[in-house]
Ligand binder design. Sequence first.
Ligand SMILES: *Cc1c(COP(=O)(O)O)cnc(C)c1O
Length: 505
Amino acid sequence: MTKMIYAGGRAASAPLLGHETEPTLFEISSPGRSAYQLRTTGIPAVPLSDVIPAAHLATDVVDIAEVSERDLVGHFTRLSHRQFSVDLGAYPLGSCTMKYNPKFCDAVAADPRFNTVHPAAPAALTQGWLELMVTLEETLCEVTGMSAATLQPAAGAAGELTGLLLMRAYHEANGDVRRRVIIPDSAHGTNPASVTLGGYDVTTIPSDERGLVDLAALKAALGPDVAGIMLTNPNTVGLFEDEITEIAAAVHDVGGLLYYDGANLNAILGVVRPGDMGFDIVHMNLHKTFATPHGGGGPGAGPVAVSSRLVEFLPGPKATRLEDGRYDWTTPSRSIGRVHGWHGNAMVLARALAYINVHGGDGLTRVAQHAVLNANWLKKRLSATLPAAYDRPCMHECVLTSSQLKADYGVRALDVAKSLLEEGFHAPTVYFPLIVDEALMFEPTETESVQTLEALAVALETIAERSRVDPDAVRHAPQATPVTRVDEARAARHLIPTEDAAQRA
Ligand SMILES: *Cc1c(COP(=O)(O)O)cnc(C)c1O
């Protein structure tokens, strides 16, 4: 007998109240129910054993939830209403740009002329798609100051690995065995992971007191066994490396390459270009910089653009414009091979080009200007409440510290972030970069208005004041959200993704 979930006569399709938890589909399952059934037509069914060899047919009844379409839609709609999303409100995460994405870009990607094309369709029938890819590649090269790009990598981290494999292929082609890649201590966590996957050892160099690469430490770490350096500029603390030309010269002097982590290019679009700073390889997160929401891990696109000396190693096949103006797939002469089953996450590529085209060159420059202005505005506005870790103009994100709140009231950055959820804002990134004590990293992005930023600042002031009068409330926040403060260590170690089948029986 299925237990009744909603006592008091409430239907399974009613909205959730307060802290009521959404039952699992198994809990609202009722034997024999299904979402829909096709009408019986009288045409005899082919027995399954005629199509699937007996050895591969399941013998046990599979235990799946049996629910009506009505209850199924109610279940997922209720869950969707408990989410905080980029469509709903400000999402000031630092380090991973999370901004509102124009619906126009979704409309372009949803055009059946794009989304009904099979990736294996011959080039003669897919000239439009190939033109889209070539145009996007050319535009990304223009934005980054590079010579050619691959659109295959499916995310930023996949782009990083691709870039490191290109670095490796380049050195090996020169008969050059190199072991190490240098990374500053403020780097995104995927950087050292990609270096290790790419078969290199990581050498970490410290940042100086300004939060920038310590040039002396870099020079001391350089040697003939250094394959390259992975950097981002503005760096992960949101600061512009003003000695970038000296950094580039020092790395090139020992025969190394410069890798640019361009996951969040919205700080520099149309203003400066990695190629002009001396970089050889750049990956871009189209899902952060241009359009496509990327909550929950995907889908993304992490194209990698390279300088002329690396073009022949790019993954293939890649869309190419031929001399006669037609398009076809070609593979670079010394290609490292494929890094994706097909041609990349095509719909993300379509969205990115739609975003670029709708803004145009000047529009993209304004995107960068607004992103940088918003971060600096917020940093200044909050200077009395949450001071900046480094007191210099920032780029698209600012790192603030709540170390004073900890010293005075025992309130930590985590508590501030959790409290913000109650105030109607998504929490920022906390404890990153690791080099800043009680770090709160905000990236307002170009999409938020000054009114939203003011409301965010007021919310943070409210939390700071509450820390003084009732620090316990801040330490136990959030309480007003559907899920209140969770024990994160326990949640990670004792995962219950679904209700245990035995428990249900
Ligand atoms: C997000 C991010 C990455 C990783 O990109 P994914 O698409 O999540 O794999 C790498 N570097 C930086 C600086 C990032 O912000």
